[in-house]
Design a protein around this ligand. Structure first.
Ligand code: ATP
Ligand code: MG
Length: 392
């Protein structure tokens, strides 16, 4: 793996020109992550191998689309989203390979000065832990207004009104009064809503929402998700929605990306994924969720499925070397791989269905595309959009 130091050219003007030219073309992804790998120094012992947080992730988000990213704790969801804002602390982190194109420009090649124009403006993020993102010594109002003034050419009075409206939109009662409050005067759920208001006040083109509704009760959660949906439509906003809640995925996502150990194990449009999950990990994830009308006494655990090597040889095309990838598969069970290449490949095993597979020679010989799905559940742009290049 080669160390990757992003090029530091100044192209702020070019970015501005691109945005002004209205590149928000619905047929092109807003965000296109290709073969992203991010690692961290391992401080557990001298000379210990680096922690591979993300080890070759592919995904894309189209305008007005919600891409849900799911997977167990530590699989690299937040690191992927933070990378899209170039927010990984380097060191200890390092972008090892890959590209993150936002409106056609590689985020990882932009300078800090260029990122300041984009962060919190055209790309906004709702962080997993709201308290770490709010400054305790400034009022809520000052913090939202600061973000608005930084990214929009408006007067202080306009910024105040935009901020009040943003607080109102996320359901904060008496928003005008609450502009004067400090973060500690708000409950956890209210602070999370303030974070959402801050992110949305700047009218981002792309919203990275990392567990945006975890601290909220179900009523407010539904209200926030509806607000996000409405904004997506009115502003053409794309959203990466990271969540552990498969109910939220089922109701909100257009496309789902399932991650495991820093890789994408499955990528599909939401209805197809729920109807017929293909990778054993995805099947296990779904089987371990209790259903409303479940008469089974005992649910299947993830381990029960993934510890059975036969489960990985059930994919369509298994007789042609299409075997699901799994890092814990015993050596003797693994297929023979292409020598000298990464063991994993995200392969389009059916039109519009991608599964993480072992890189066998037979698999390599089959055509595949990068994971790009333009599907939207409202049907506005349903269909499969494919990139010409093969998935690596
Ligand atoms: N600053 C850091 N220093 C070292 N390792 C890190 C750092 N940030 C993340 N990691 C490691 O990267 C891996 C992926 O972490 P990440 O936060 O992306 O997980 P996640 O999928 O968001 O999990 P969760 O669902 O718990 O939020 C983990 O092994 C984590 O320990
Ligand atoms: Mg996380």
């Amino acid at each position: 793996m080669s160390g990757r130091e992003p090029a530091r050219g100044d192209s702020t003007a070019a970015i501005g020109a691109t945005a002004a030219a209205g590149v928000r073309n619905a047929s092109r992804p807003l965000l296109d992550v290709a073969d992203l790998a991010v690692s961290f120094d391992n401080t557990s012992a001298p000379g210990a191998p680096r922690v591979l947080a993300v080890a070759g992730a592919h995904m894309s988000v189209f305008p007005r689309q919600t891409l849900a990213v799911v997977g167990e704790s530590g699989c690299g969801k937040s690191v992927t989203a933070m990378s899209a804002m170039q927010l990984i602390p380097c060191p200890p982190g390092r972008y090892d390979r890959g590209t993150i194109l936002f409106e056609g420009r590689d985020i990882l090649s932009l300078s800090e000065k260029e990122m300041l124009q984009i962060r919190g403006g055209r790309i906004a993020m709702i962080f997993q832990e709201p308290m770490t993102s709010l400054n305790p010594v400034y009022t809520i109002g000052d913090q939202i207004m600061e973000a608005v003034l930084l990214h929009q050419k408006v007067t202080a009075q306009d910024a105040f009104e935009i901020s009040v409206k943003a607080l109102e939109d996320v359901g904060i009662p008496r928003p005008r009064e609450r502009m004067e409050a400090y973060p500690h005067q708000f409950s956890g759920g209210m602070r999370q809503r303030v974070m959402i208001a801050m992110a949305l006040a700047c009218r981002p083109t792309l919203l990275l929402a990392d567990e945006p509704t975890t601290a909220l009760d179900v009523t407010i959660q539904a209200q926030i998700l509806e607000l996000l949906r409405n904004l997506q439509h009115s502003r053409d906003m794309g959203m990466m929605l990271i969540t552990h809640n498969l109910g939220v995925v089922a109701e909100n996502a257009d496309v789902v990306c399932v991650m495991y150990a820093g890789r994408v194990v499955e990528y599909a449009q939401v209805f197809e994924l729920f109807d017929r999950p293909l990778h054993p990990y995805t099947r296990a994830l779904f089987a371990s969720i209790p259903g409303m009308h479940d008469s089974k006494h005992r649910l299947v655990t993830v381990d029960e499925v993934v510890n059975d090597p036969a489960q990985f040889r059930k994919l369509p095309g298994a007789d042609r070397g299409v075997i699901a990838w799994w890092p814990f598969m015993p050596k003797e069970e693994r297929p023979r791989l292409v020598p000298g290449r990464d063991e994993y490949a995200l392969h389009e095993i059916e039109p519009g269905r991608w599964v993480g597979c072992w890189r066998t020679e037979e698999l390599e010989a089959q055509p595949s595309r990068r994971p790009e799905l333009q599907f939207r559940r409202d049907g506005a742009s349903a269909g499969v959009a494919g990139a010409a290049s093969a998935a690596s």
